[in-house]
Design a protein around this ligand. Structure first.
Ligand code: S3P
Length: 445
C-alpha cells in the first residue's frame, strides 16, 4: 500500500474495499486523564487499554518527573496496562528541569490545573507547534484563583507556573467550549476552598466530570456547566480503569469506508460518549449508511460498535456552531468526505480549529485546493463545495505540517481517490494513532 523515505510517505490507492471488524487504540483524552488523575491520587490505581502514543507518553513522562510512579507496560494488543502510584496529599516534587510536553496541548493545559495547588515552580514547554498554541485561556482563570505565572499574561509556552496552597474557588464563564480549559479549572478547584464552577458556551467533552468521582472527587456536571467542591485529595480508584477505543481514531476507517466503494466496516469497543460522536451525526445528516449499537460501558463511558457501509450520493449538510466541539478533531477527515458529497457542507464557527496543532481551517482549504475542490471561509464558517466522483490529480504532495490528523486525512485521499499521494511529515500519526496504516491494511486483506 505504501513506501516511505525520510518521513515522506507514499500512499497508494487501495486495491480492495475496506471490509471487516476492527478495534482502534485507547481514547487519547481518557488515556491522558487516567495517567494524570492517578498521578494526583493517594495510592495505586490500575489502568488498562491506555493509548501508547507520543502524546500520552508526554503525560507519562511529565508525571514521572513530578514524582508519580508509573508502571505501565506494552501489552500484546499494543496498549499500555499496569499501575500508577500517585503523590496524593504529599504533592508533586519539584522537578529537576523544565517539563517538555512535546506536541501535547492536553498535557500542557491539564498540567497547569494539576500543579495549581502546590507551592513548586515548574516551567512548561513543548515543541514548535505547542509553543505557538494559546495558553492565556488557561492561565487567566488560574490567576484569578491565585496561581502565578511568569511572565504573567504570556500567551505561549515556555511559561513558569508557581502554584499556591491557598487557592480561591471561582465561578467562571469560559469564553470558548474547551475541555482542556474546563479540566484545568476543575483540577485547580480540587485544591481550592469551596465550590469552583465553570460554564461554557456549548458542551465540550465531559470525560473529566465522568472520571473524577471514581477518584472520590465531589463534582457535578450539568448542561454546559461543571463544578467541583474543594479541597479534596484524590484517592486511587478502587476498580481497574479501562480506557475505551478512541472515536477520533475510529473516524478514519469510518470515513475511509465512505470513500471506497464496496466497503463495510465495524469498529468495536469504541467510546460512544455523545460529546465525542458528533461526526457520526454529521455523516448521518450527509446520508451515510452508518449506525451505532451500545454494547456496554467502560466506567461511566458508554461503549459499543460503529458500523458503516459505503454510501453512494452523500450530500452536503450544515453543522451548527453548538455541535462543533463534539467533532472538533474529526473536521479535517469530515471535510474530505464533504469534498466528495453533492452540494455545499458548512461547519459553523470553526474558530477553535485555527488553534489546533496547526491552523486546521487553513490547512483543510489548502489541501482541498490541491485536490481541485473549492473550500473557503465565510466569517468563521468553513464551507466546502463537494464534487461527487472526485479524483486526485497525479503527483500530489501534501504537507501535514506535522499534524497527525491532517497526515491521516490526506492519506485517505491517496487511498481512495485514484492516484498515489506523498505526505510530508507522515510520522506525526504516532501522536495519536501509531497503528493507523496497520488497521487499514487489515481491513483490505
Ligand atoms: C481535548 C479537548 C479538545 C480536543 C483535544 C483533546 C481533551 O480540545 O481538540 O484533541 O482531551 O480535553 P479543546 O480543549 O480545545 O476542546
Amino acid at each position: 500500500m505504501s513506501t516511505s523515505s525520510r518521513n515522506v510517505q507514499r500512499i497508494n490507492p487501495l486495491e480492495s474495499p475496506l471490509q471487516g471488524v476492527v478495534k482502534v487504540p485507547g481514547d487519547k483524552s481518557i488515556s491522558h486523564r487516567s495517567v494524570l488523575f492517578s498521578a494526583m491520587a493517594e495510592g495505586t490505581t490500575r489502568i488498562r487499554g491506555v493509548l501508547d502514543s507520543e502524546d500520552v507518553r508526554s503525560s507519562i513522562r511529565a508525571v514521572t518527573e513530578l514524582g508519580a510512579q508509573v508502571n505501565l507496560e506494552v501489552q500484546p494488543d499494543g496498549s499500555l496496562a499496569g499501575s500508577v502510584t500517585g503523590w496524593g496529599a504529599q504533592g508533586p516534587k519539584q522537578p529537576e528541569g523544565d517539563i517538555d510536553c512535546g506536541n501535547s496541548g492536553t498535557t500542557a493545559r491539564l498540567l497547569m490545573g494539576v500543579l495549581a495547588p502546590w507551592d513548586i515552580e515548574v516551567t512548561l514547554t513543548g515543541d514548535d507547534s505547542l509553543c505557538t498554541r494559546p495558553m492565556r485561556r488557561i492561565t487567566a482563570p488560574l490567576m484569578k484563583m491565585g496561581v502565578r505565572f511568569e511572565p504573567a499574561g504570556k500567551e505561549h509556552l515556555p511559561i513558569t507556573e508557581i502554584g499556591s496552597r491557598s487557592l480561591k474557588a471561582i465561578d467562571y464563564d469560559a469564553p470558548m467550549a474547551s475541555a482542556q480549559l474546563k479540566t484545568a479549572v476543575i483540577l485547580a478547584g480540587l485544591g481550592a476552598q469551596g465550590t469552583t464552577t465553570l460554564r461554557e458556551p456549548s458542551s465540550s467533552r465531559n470525560h473529566t466530570e465522568l472520571m473524577l468521582p471514581e477518584y472520590g472527587a465531589d463534582t457535578t456536571a450539568g448542561f454546559c456547566t461543571a463544578s467541583v467542591n474543594g479541597p479534596c485529595t484524590l484517592k486511587a480508584a478502587d476498580d481497574v480503569l479501562s480506557v475505551p477505543g478512541d472515536p477520533s481514531s475510529a473516524a478514519f476507517p469510518v470515513c475511509g469506508a465512505l470513500l471506497v466503494p464496496g466497503s463495510y466496516v465495524q469498529i468495536e469497543d469504541v467510546s460512544l460518549n455523545p460529546a465525542r460522536i458528533g461526526f457520526v451525526r454529521t455523516l448521518e445528516r450527509m446520508g451515510a449508511d452508518i449506525s451505532i449499537v451500545r454494547t456496554g460501558s467502560a466506567g461511566k463511558e458508554p461503549i459499543g460498535t460503529i458500523s458503516v457501509r459505503y454510501t453512494d450520493e452523500l450530500h452536503g449538510c450544515e453543522v451548527p456552531a453548538d455541535k462543533i466541539a463534539t467533532e472538533i478533531d474529526e473536521i479535517p477527515v469530515l471535510a474530505l468526505v464533504a469534498a466528495t458529497a453533492k452540494g455545499v457542507t458548512v461547519f459553523r464557527d470553526v474558530s477553535e480549529l485555527r488553534v489546533k496543532e496547526t491552523d486546521r481551517a487553513q490547512a483543510i482549504i489548502d489541501g482541498l485546493a490541491l485536490l481541485g475542490v473549492d473550500a473557503w471561509m465565510e466569517g468563521e464558517n468553513l464551507c466546502i463545495e463537494g464534487q461527487p466522483g472526485l479524483k486526485a490529480p497525479e503527483g500530489l504532495v501534501f504537507d501535514s505540517g506535522k499534524d497527525h490528523r491532517l497526515a491521516m486525512t490526506w492519506a485517505l485521499a491517496g487511498m481512495a481517490l485514484g492516484n498515489p499521494v506523498d505526505i510530508v511529515g507522515f510520522d506525526s500519526v504516532n501522536i495519536s494513532y501509531p497503528t493507523f496504516l496497520k488497521t487499514i491494511e487489515r481491513l483490505t486483506r
